[in-house]
Design a protein around this ligand. Structure first.
Ligand code: BMA
Length: 845
């Protein structure tokens, strides 16, 4: 097979006009115009408005390409477009060959009749989606009134990422273009259309891997051979050096060849082969074991032994499903990996940039590494965005991040015409075929929040019942059929949240998953989390502002007030700035300056999410997972994200690194007692010793209790009840600290207070800082003078990931925070003195 790559330089024009600039494909209207400096940064101040206005026009992408005489002789000449956003008319040498209407699909178009040898022209005209949704003719009575928060009316009538039309964290930057690879394939031989891989795990010593090759079609004469093999994958980019050596010596463990003879007279062909892998190396999610991978290769050879086509699928040997077994609380909802039920810890993922062609490997690597650093074992790809690239899933396989994969539908009412349903069906098949073999794929989910919305969101109740029936048609018939027929190995869940479908109490907390938003949208206090014992909480969140450097990237000095027009433009959730101030007033004193206000919202965000996670981890068994809303941003904005658009970790991400740790300590104050809990996702029992202190604000120990024990693997238990009743009349002046030291020397701690932080009589903080430089890291030694809550270290002119941040100093002992040199992301340091002089520290007081 010969491939003619059509990526690279195209010319971009308003449709029917002279070219305005070149555009590098994969590229879009925005990426081209930005590169040519025809527009300003869409994220600066209120430039969103000008950016949106660009998309009332149609745009034209154009380029030439060569086809040789030899290529022209091939039976098949197929144009493959892996991502066209969205309403595209494709012309070859002036003839319109197709119109496409779904950015989530791969388009394969026969162009043989339209090409000639020598120079050819391809032109793609992208019709304005704003005009399209504005002019859209709804069927009688089926014009939905509901508009998802922050989005535009009609965003759901077109198969384009909903959040490109805005969301309650994202701007309406729309965009259009060729956002993934585009190429032409020329061939005459038969093709392997599909390789389906199934695994059969009998016992620990053997796994059978079945490869099914389907629809091998072709009309050329001749005999062909299909060769299939499986080998241990040597691509272990995320391993330590020790692991790498291990892998290198292991070499290729299993390689077997199966030959199939393709009989030229057959129209299509389906063949399968099975490999037995002795002593399989099982794939585990992050925190539970390693992530060995195997590669299945299918090759098509001609009689002379020339390889005509190679298809590889990298897999992990594991069983991975969701257990919904009945138990004493109802039905559990737990990821079950190799027979082990795990407590899922992670967050929700949205597209990493409004300009999809800017989402690259490096950025995704940073994000997914950040998830691993915070001990995630799962990422939910949320349904209002897009299906990420193959590389994204490869990286999740390598890192042990289970993927909860929504289909791309969220918070919307769909008019499911026959054409729309067919478009959705084909989109599902395309993506399921592309992704189903991934080790990390944990479940398919039909949509985000739509079953729940039809069940009880007030605005949905005003819509016509015909549209409610359409929900059932699309999400309980068309999509589940398309997905399960294409992938019979992966768990399918109809909606999130759901109890299993059919509007059967989708928010029931005795079964299925839940989204919980009363803390935040409902302005309930953090303590409200403790009222709920969800089986799996797949969404809950709390907003914060990004840090000052990020705010500076989109503001002028005069905008730096949270109620300015520019700051409010970068806040897409109605009245959310007020909500942050409300929670601030409940917990902290009023900050004196803008940067402090941004900081304290990050503290609040971390406190809120920790409150929920600690509670649900304590109830391990009843609850089996938490995915907070949301991991990342697609532009610089106030949002629920724990990592901002510029990859800066907010306080929440550091706190997640502690509260999602395999072994975590947490406390609950209750009726004069301090209950201390240990939550374990460790694969071994661990001996520990506990010290429980009551201290005054200067860090003097007023009371100390000690205990020790063993925390069983994969468990959660209350390890101590400390009596603190005697301190109720000193409540403004004391705090409680639990310090757990494990048999392997790991030290964990948690702090609780008896009154809101705003009422504490915190002393004037005095922190001594010493910095030491070592080969691959700096050690930052902080010595305080008492209780100094939520210490944040930062630089105005550098970005780094500290080993820990937003922590408490609780006395006069020295705390050492490591900064690895490979975690300095922007702006380096000459030496320890340089680092020390540029380091800035903030704390609550
Ligand atoms: C949930 C999500 C998103 C939204 C978030 C915050 O509903 O599914 O739609 O951004 O809450 O409101």
């Amino acid at each position: 097979m010969k491939k003619i790559l059509l990526n690279g330089e195209w010319s971009l024009a308003e449709a029917g006009k002279e070219p305005m600039c070149p555009v590098t494909v994969p590229g879009t209207v925005l990426s081209g115009m930005l590169e040519a400096k025809l527009i300003d940064d869409p994220f600066y101040r209120t430039n969103e408005d000008d950016t949106r206005a660009l998309f009332w026009k149609d745009y034209e992408f154009d380029r030439c390409f060569d086809i040789s005489e030899e290529q022209l002789l091939e039976d098949k000449i197929i144009l493959v477009c892996e991502g066209l956003d969205t309403l595209a008319d494709i012309y070859i040498n002036g003839t319109k060959i197709a119109s496409t209407n779904n950015m989530h699909r791969t388009w394969k178009l026969d162009v043989k009749p339209y090409v000639h040898s020598g120079k050819n022209d391809i032109k793609i005209i992208f019709e304005s989606v704003l005009k399209y949704i504005d002019d859209y003719k709804y069927d009688e009575g089926k014009e939905a009134k509901f508009i998802a928060s922050g989005a535009m009316k009609g965003n759901q009538v077109i198969r384009k990422a909903h959040s490109m039309f805005g969301w309650d964290w994202g701007p309406q930057t729309i965009d259009a273009g060729i956002f993934r690879d585009i190429y032409i394939e020329c061939y005459s031989h038969p093709r392997i259309d599909d390789v389906i891989i199934r695994q059969y795990h009998g016992d620990d010593v053997r796994v059978n891997v079945e490869a099914v090759l389907t629809n091998v079609t072709g009309n050329n004469t001749g005999e062909y051979i299909i060769r299939c093999s499986i080998a241990e994958s040597l691509n272990r980019s995320n391993r330590t050096d020790a692991d790498k050596n291990d892998a290198d010596t292991a070499g290729i463990a299993h390689s077997e060849i199966r030959n199939f003879i393709y009989n030229k007279s057959q129209e299509t062909y389906t063949g399968n082969t099975e490999f037995t892998i002795e002593n399989p190396k099982l794939w585990w999610p992050n925190g539970y074991g390693k992530q060995p991978l195997y590669t299945v290769t299918a090759e098509l050879l001609d009689e002379a032994g020339n390889v005509l086509e190679t298809i590889t699928k990298r897999i992990g040997l594991r069983t991975l499903t969701v257990s919904t077994e009945a138990d004493r609380w109802g039905n559990e909802f737990a990821f079950c990996v190799n027979g082990l039920k795990i407590f899922t810890m992670g967050g929700n993922y949205i597209p990493e940039d409004c300009l999809y062609t800017r989402i690259n490997r490096k950025q995704q690597e940073f994000l997914l590494d950040s998830c691993v650093k915070a001990h995630f074992n799962c990422v939910r790809v949320w349904g209002g965005g897009y299906y990420p690239s193959d590389e994204f899933y490869d990286m999740c396989d390598e890192r042990g991040l289970i993927i909860w994969q929504d289909m791309m539908y969220a918070c919307n009412v769909y008019d499911v015409t026959d054409d729309f349903a067919e478009n959705c069906r084909l989109e599902a098949i395309d993506n399921v075929k592309r992704l189903r073999h991934h080790a990390a794929l944990g479940l398919w989910c039909g949509n985000n929040e739509i079953e729940s919305a039809w069940d009880h969101w007030p605005d949905f109740q005003k819509e016509t019942p015909y549209l409610r029936a359409d929900y059932i048609k699309l999400f309980e018939d068309v999509l589940p059929k398309a997905v399960t027929q294409t992938d019979d190995q992966t768990f399918y869940w109809k909606s999130s949240p759901s109890s299993g479908g059919c509007f059967d109490f989708p928010d029931d907390d005795t079964r299925g998953d839940n989204h919980y938003w009363d803390v935040w949208h409902g302005q309930k206090p953090f303590t409200d989390y403790r009222k709920y014992f969800f089986r799996f909480c797949s969404e809950f969140g709390f907003q914060s502002f990004p840090c000052l450097k990020t705010v500076e990237s989109f503001t002028e000095e005069k905008d730096r007030n949270i109620f300015s027009r520019v700051m409010e433009n970068h806040q897409k959730n109605d009245s959310a700035n007020g909500k942050m101030l409300f929670y601030l007033s409940e917990n902290f004193r009023y900050p004196e300056e803008f940067g402090q206000l941004l900081y304290i919202t990050q503290v609040l965000q971390g406190m809120a999410i920790k409150y929920g996670v600690d509670h649900w981890r304590r109830n391990r068994g009843r609850c089996m997972g938490t995915l907070y809303w949301q991991i990342n941003d697609n532009w610089p904005v106030a949002s629920w994200a724990s990592i901002d658009y510029y990859n800066r970790w907010k306080g929440l991400h550091y706190m997640a690194r502690r509260f999602y740790a395999p072994l975590a300590v947490s406390m609950e104050l209750d009726d004069g007692n301090a209950d201390v809990w240990l939550e374990s996702e460790c694969m071994q029992d661990k001996k520990y010793s506990l010290e429980l202190f009551v201290k005054d604000m200067s860090g003097n120990v007023l009371k100390k209790s000690e205990s020790e024990g063993t925390v069983p693997k994969l468990s959660s238990s209350k390890i101590y009840v400390g009596d603190i009743g005697e301190f109720t009349d000193r409540k403004y002046d004391v705090f409680v600290e639990a310090v757990v030291t494990t048999e392997d020397g790991e030290c964990l701690s948690d702090v609780e207070i008896l009154v809101p932080y705003k009422y504490l009589e915190l002393c004037e903080p005095d922190i001594r800082v010493d910095v030491e430089e070592h080969d691959d890291h700096f050690d930052i030694r902080l010595t305080g003078n008492g209780f100094i809550p939520f210490v944040e270290m930062y630089f105005d002119d550098a970005d780094v990931i500290f080993e820990d941040n937003f922590f408490h100093l609780t006395g006069t002992d020295t705390k050492v925070i490591r900064l690895y040199k490979n975690e300095i992301i922007r702006g380096g340091f000459k030496d320890a003195d340089d680092l020390g002089s540029r380091l800035k520290i903030r704390c609550v007081r």
